[in-house]
Design a protein around this ligand. Structure first.
Ligand SMILES: [Zn+2]
Length: 251
């Protein structure tokens, strides 16, 4: 599984210590940069939907604007891999904020992919599956098929909204049900990677940042390690060294 280290600091892209670490950078942080950061590593672009929908209950950023920004990033920042669409996550508290149903969020997520691919067909926009119950995800897969998207032929399919309850068996069941799709798990915790990391192609997380704030390294001169390179790299190494449950059970 390829792991993208989430960061609020896009200029890490040019730091030599991140050369072999794929980074996950949100459009929300990147768009504030007048001069885009230089880069020496691979990275993927997150649309920042969780913040946008939980703050406004809708996407304030138009597809045109978003596509234009990602184009600028792709053309100017080395190592761009793919970008998430303006998808609609399905956590109950997000639905409450938007006033829409799971089905509506799923339709809007497909619409966003279709829009972005029409606007900029040379950018790698990944389809994202959304839902809450397992059957929601399976239905969403079918909805993509009906809309003309063959998810099995996609090199990456994002898996949204499982991060809030990924310690539970249900998240694992969802991931198993979605095989053989090449899934990217958004915002995965270590326990989730342990439990079903072998079934994911890739994932990302910023969980280290919270950890760095709550339990900073006592040797660090800073009060908080929420944005410390050393803390992020140690955490990244611990993630890529996780032994998957399936592998352990072989012994
Ligand atoms: Zn620190």
């Amino acid at each position: 599984m390829k792991f993208y280290l989430g960061t609020h600091r896009p200029y890490w892209l040019r730091y030599s210590q991140f050369k072999d670490i794929p980074l996950f950078v949100s459009d929300r942080t990147l768009r504030k940069y007048k001069n885009l950061p230089e880069s020496i590593t691979e990275w993927a672009c997150d649309s920042g939907g969780f913040t946008e929908l939980s703050t406004y209950g809708e996407w304030k950023t138009t597809p045109h604007r978003y596509a234009a920004r990602v184009r600028r990033y792709m053309d100017n920042i080395y190592g761009f891999q793919w970008a998430s669409p303006q998808d609609w996550m399905c956590e109950p508290w997000i639905l409450e904020k938007t006033g829409k149903t799971v089905t509506e969020h799923q339709e809007l997520s497909i619409k966003s992919l279709a829009n972005l691919r029409t606007l900029s067909s040379d950018i790698h926009w990944v389809p994202v599956l959304q839902g809450w119950e397992r059957d929601d995800y399976l239905r969403h897969w079918e909805m993509y098929e009906q809309a003309g998207f063959n998810l099995e032929s996609e090199s990456i399919v994002g898996l949204g909204s499982v991060c809030r309850r990924q310690a539970t068996k249900e998240a694992e069941w969802i991931v198993k049900s979605l095989q053989p799709l090449r899934l990217h798990g958004f915002g995965m915790k270590k326990t989730a990677i342990q439990n079903f990391g072998s079934l994911l192609s890739s994932s990302d997380s910023m969980a280290w940042s919270y950890g760095g704030r709550m339990k900073p390294d006592p040797n660090c001169p800073k009060k908080s390690c929420a944005n410390c390179e050393h803390f992020a790299i140690d955490w990244y190494n611990s993630v890529i060294n996780i032994k998957y449950k399936e592998e352990l059970s072989l012994f």
